[in-house]
Design a protein. Structure first.
Length: 135
């Protein structure tokens, strides 16, 4: 499951290792997914820029090739647990980051992000990868 910042790198094509890992995952039969929360963040970024046609085409083309995962009651419950745990531990994540992490956790998906905030909850996630660094 790609986090929004990883999708941004895919769309910009600015980090070669991100595209390589994406292509490798697909070639090996892996599924590339996206939380509907990340989809909403992409649409927000597009709107914030005034809906430029070129960016709209990039986003639309990308979304055709991924599975956008819907928000479910199971994800909502997981989010509630995660948020309560973070608050109790003094861990500060944005609401959208917690929603995406809960989504990945519920699905048992590898969360792919370069956001360092997820390091605080690494043990909570099934797996966390940063494709912007070479392995």
């Amino acid at each position: 499951m790609l986090d929004t910042n990883m999708v941004s790198h895919v769309l910009r094509g600015d980090i070669k290792s991100v595209r390589e890992r994406l292509d490798q995952t697909v070639a090996l039969g892996g599924t590339i997914s996206l939380s509907v929360i990340s989809q909403a963040e992409l649409f927000y970024g597009w709107a914030r820029r005034g809906h430029p046609a070129a960016l709209g085409k990039l986003i639309g083309g990308f979304l055709v090739g991924v599975e956008v995962q819907p928000w479910t009651e199971a994800v909502a419950r997981c989010y509630g647990d995660l948020r309560a745990s973070c608050e109790a531990a003094g861990v500060n994540l944005t609401t959208s980051d917690m929603m995406i992490a809960a989504h990945a956790k519920t699905l048992g998906a590898i969360l792919v992000s370069r956001d360092k905030a997820f390091q605080h909850i690494r043990s909570y996630l099934a797996a966390l990868e940063d494709w912007t660094v070479d392995i």
